[in-house]
Ligand binder design. Structure first.
Ligand code: SF4
Length: 300
């Protein structure tokens, strides 16, 4: 949950999750729709799907017990090298250092690593490996994380208060505000799409997105594909469509501009219809929640 998300945002979700699914087995038995509903608003929905898959694998293949080895942990969906190393070292005492952004920054400064990109990553890993074999890895991982978040901050590191300053090569070379060197981020490409809000009295038509890919298995107003060029709207039914606005949303790899259209229809014979007021029961991504602000209000 904390991936790309602040503690303040996660707190409430975490408490609700634990209350609803107190064990791995309980989470494994939940339906994906239930899980998505609880995850609504937290974003990066692949985390929820991976969490669910992992709960099922641990229940079915490991009898409900989290595997201890780093190698087995990395095979679980959603667990990258950092999370696997954090669990292996902190929970199970394995000799491995968990390297997150904080830890990497501290090591770059302590050892004055002046490379960037992949070379920097490899150098940080090499130092972490040497630390892992000479100390309590779990304690070192947590200590480095804490130093990174409390003292060795990205901007304005508190070197004067830092107990490592006498051993820190960045501090002795006055490089603490220069290191670590950062690679330029590529410009996020733009994509465009259309979303069609079909209304009947206080009801609205929605559809489930495909099981794989972006926002998999979540609900949306019937929508076009998201393409790199602007296209003319291909309305899903023949009707009088009104342009009601544009929603912009930033995804990890692109920025989406979604043009919204609305029409009122005579019947609800085809498609999945729900009351506007019941939309909260469906896993609706933030982008479509933003779209709701443009939809004609329902008065009954
Ligand atoms: S002395 Fe400064 S740069 Fe070095 S580890 Fe401490 S806070 Fe970071």
């Amino acid at each position: 949950m904390l991936q790309q998300t602040t503690v303040a945002t996660v707190k409430g979700y975490f408490a609700r999750f634990l209350e609803r699914w107190p064990t791995i087995e309980a989470l494994a038995a939940a339906s994906q729709d239930e899980l998505m509903h609880c995850w609504q608003g937290l974003g990066y929905y692949s985390r929820a799907r991976n969490l669910h898959k992992t709960a099922k694998i641990i229940t079915d293949q490991y009898h409900g017990v989290v595997p201890e080895s780093y190698q087995n942990l990395t095979k679980l969906p959603g667990l990258g090298p950092y999370t696997a190393a954090a669990i292996a070292s902190i929970a199970f005492g394995q000799s491995i250092i968990a390297i997150d952004t904080n830890v990497s920054r501290v090591l770059c400064r302590l050892f004055a690593i002046s490379s960037e990109g992949k070379i920097q990553k490899a150098q940080v890993q090499e130092i972490a490996n040497s630390l892992a074999h000479t100390s309590d890895s779990g304690a070192v991982s947590q200590a480095l994380m804490d130093i990174g978040s409390n003292l060795c901050k990205s901007k304005n590191p508190k070197c004067v208060d830092c107990f490592l300053k006498n051993d820190c090569l960045a501090f002795s070379g006055d490089l603490q505000n220069v290191l670590p060197l950062k690679q330029k981020k590529p410009i996020r490409p733009k994509r465009y799409g259309h979303s069609f809000v079909m209304r009947h009295a206080n009801q609205v038509c929605i559809e489930k997105r495909p099981e794989k890919g972006l926002l998999a298995s979540l609900y949306q107003f019937p929508s076009s594909e998201f393409l790199s060029e602007k296209t003319i709207a291909q309305y899903p039914i023949k009707a009088e469509w009104k342009n009601i606005g544009t929603v912009r949303h930033i995804f990890t790899h692109f920025e989406l501009e979604l043009t919204l259209w609305e029409t009122f229809v005579q019947n609800t014979n085809s498609g999945l219809w729900t009351k506007l007021s019941d939309l909260g029961n469906y896993g609706l991504p933030t982008m479509f929640k933003k779209a709701l602000a443009y939809v004609t209000p329902s008065y009954n």
